[in-house]
Ligand binder design. Sequence first.
Ligand code: NAD
Length: 295
Amino acid sequence: MANIAFIGLGNMGGPMAANLVKAGHKVTAFDLMEASRAQARADGAGIADSSVAAVKGADVVITMLPAGKHVLSVWNEVIPSMGKGALIIDCSTIDVESAKQAHALAAKHGIGSVDAPVSGGTGGAKGATLTFMCGGEDKAFAAAKPVLENMGKKIVHCGGAGAGQAAKICNNMILGISMIAVGEAFALAEKLGLSHQALFDVASTSSGQCWALTSYCPVPGPVPTSPANNDYKPGFASVLMVKDLTLAQDAATAAGAATPLGKHAQEIYKAFDAAGHGGVDFSGIIQHVRGLAGK
Ligand code: NAD
């Protein structure tokens, strides 16, 4: 069992750290928020006074933070205090450029590093069923994999530094676009007098089939577990979809890729967020789409 430092104990990091404790690791945790530290203590983690104190003697350091600037700031703080042979893993969703800078910082100090953003949301974090998309050298990935397996069910090595973040934003761009497409189809079906169930029964077994329809249907009824049946409580909040689509647009601009639908999807979710619905599950975008009728 490993000595693991866990920094960033929010909605995702808190339950992920708890799963490492359950798996028998010695976890030393830190977060800026007292409430998050108290929860981690109740879950069986040791609590450090600072990020730097948390990483002393750790074999593995994991960060789960809001954005690239937080990750770079924490990695800059902690890496000089990490032991030789230790490994650092960032599970946050951040921009590809910051992820590459973070890897370079670790390499400068002789520390192995992996970017390992996740999909699966808070349910996956609690249930240890996350998918990890990893970027980094083979040796670092091989060391990270057994640790990540305590928090997830699928661990994919996508390539070198930043490849995990690249995979994450490409996947979420597909998701953001396809959820709008499915919402538009249901909004049109409603106007045409077609029932939700009829459209679902046809499209879910036809060429319109996709995850946004069959696992996360944006109208109540056909998929009982989807947030549409629970007043669009997240799930995955629209504001986080705005974040991921913005990361995708930034990466597309930097790389010179054309992503016209990704750009339009970003604008649509931004408008939903600006109207005060950032906390609504992203499948609630169907309400916004219906509201555009006649405009
Ligand atoms: P969150 O805001 O709930 O948690 C972030 C935590 O980081 C907070 O507790 C905050 O206090 C802490 N923090 C910030 N700066 C810190 C610092 N310098 N030192 C120590 N702690 C610090 O966010 P979350 O929902 O847990 O998401 C974390 C990351 O995972 C984000 O990058 C997000 O995009 C990504 N993600 C979230 C979900 C989701 O459904 N919530 C799904 C997939 C990926």
